[in-house]
Ligand binder design. Structure first.
Ligand code: SF4
Length: 377
């Protein structure tokens, strides 16, 4: 589906502006250049390792010096060319890691993105110090598989060491983690994480399935029992923690019984939000070749059941905070003279007030409206 959408976007780009130079890069370009080559509207195809060279490549193309298919090589080292993405004036997303060694059976990333490589802590800290000077209060630490941070280093520096260093950056108020691997959540990790006082109590733990047999076929490297242990450790250390997850339904061979096991496990864990994906085969992966592919109708049905459960849990999670006080980092003005922002556990809160952008305020929560909370100062 994603490939199809990418091809459509490429064609639309050219249709919108016939003079444009359209460049395809990223994972799809990395692994399927033959498919992309067939698209007439596309001018240049380059691999992930060439992304930072894109201006130069486009200039060369204008001068007739660039072929349609450029360099497509596996990246070996972390490309440290500044990775900041600002989501709001208050928050920046910092990529600290790339690639993955896990080879989940449905995923193309290890083939497309290559092996784990991490950004040096000094470079991460320097960048954060610079953006804090510009007024950023919150950073989101992210990567393809951020739990593997440091595995390619010769020394013992790992994600928790990096977080401890980031915590010391003066002026920074919040550190948010993109996503975590269940295997990383050990007692020692949670104990140290508890001392990182800027860490936000919102963790995304990709579960994918609540059934051990399905997890095995997915080549995920944990059991639901281990996963639950991690959840309990986090809940004990962070009482208001928001735990979110990703689930794939309709993975090849997923029987009704397996799906029911997932459902029961999800009911027990009660995530504050779940992202539900219907499995779609990705060429070149082990799962795409598995025989017992699940039909679209069953996937749809299972997806709807889990979406309903997720919505119910999300509302329950939000309701808990009505009448309580929460610290909100205000980001943007919205309709009705409201300004909205997020709590540490990533609840969207709206309130009225002047000059609140980029400030952290304690808000009294009055009510829930949909998936937001309304409060007053
Ligand atoms: Fe790696 Fe995540 Fe893909 Fe698994 S799903 S191979 S952990 S990137």
């Amino acid at each position: 589906m994603a490939d199809k959408k990418s091809r459509q976007i490429i064609r639309q780009a050219k249709q919108k502006n016939n003079e444009s130079i359209v460049v395809a890069t990223g994972c799809y370009a990395q692994i399927s250049k033959e498919e992309l080559e067939k698209i007439e509207e596309l001018d240049i195809i380059i691999g992930n390792s060439e992304k930072n060279n894109i201006v130069h490549i486009v200039e060369n193309y204008s001068n007739g010096k660039q072929e349609k298919v450029g360099k497509i090589e596996e990246e070996k080292e972390f490309q440290d060319f500044g990775t900041i993405t600002y989501t709001e004036k208050t928050r920046a997303v910092i990529k600290v890691q790339d690639g993955c060694n896990n080879f989940c059976s449905y995923c193309i990333i290890p083939y497309a993105k290559g092996r784990v490589r991490s950004r040096k802590p000094e470079s991460v800290i320097k960048e954060i110090q610079e953006i804090v000077k510009k007024g950023i209060k919150e950073v989101v630490i992210t990567g393809i598989h951020v739990a593997s941070y440091g595995k390619d280093f010769a020394d013992e520096t790992r994600l928790i060491d990096l977080l401890e260093q980031i915590n010391k950056v003066e002026g920074l108020k919040r550190i948010r983690l993109g996503s975590l691997e269940p295997n990383l959540i050990t007692e020692e990790f949670v104990k140290r994480l508890g001392n990182v006082d800027k860490i936000c109590d919102h963790f995304h733990l990709s579960l994918q399935s609540g059934c051990n047999d399905t997890l095995k076929r997915m080549n995920r490297k944990y059991t639901i029992e281990e996963f639950e242990k991690g959840v309990n450790l986090l809940r004990k250390k962070f009482p208001n923690v928001a735990l979110t997850t990703d689930i794939i339904v309709g993975f090849p061979g997923e029987t009704e019984e397996e799906f029911n096991k997932t459902y029961e496990f999800l009911k027990k864990i009660k995530f504050s939000k779940m992202h539900i994906f219907k499995y779609s085969p990705r060429k070149g992966t082990v799962a795409a070749k598995m025989k017992e592919q699940i039909d679209a109708k069953t996937k749809e049905k299972r997806s709807n059941i889990l979406i309903e459960l997720s919505n119910k849990n999300e509302i329950e999670f939000l309701e808990k905070y009505v009448g309580k006080e929460l610290d909100v980092l205000f980001e943007t003005k919205t309709q009705g003279n409201y300004i909205e922002g997020h709590t540490t556990n990533y609840i969207k809160v709206k309130a009225r007030g002047d000059n609140l952008e980029n400030t952290i305020e304690t808000v009294q929560i009055l009510e829930r409206q949909g998936l937001e909370l309304i409060g007053k100062m």
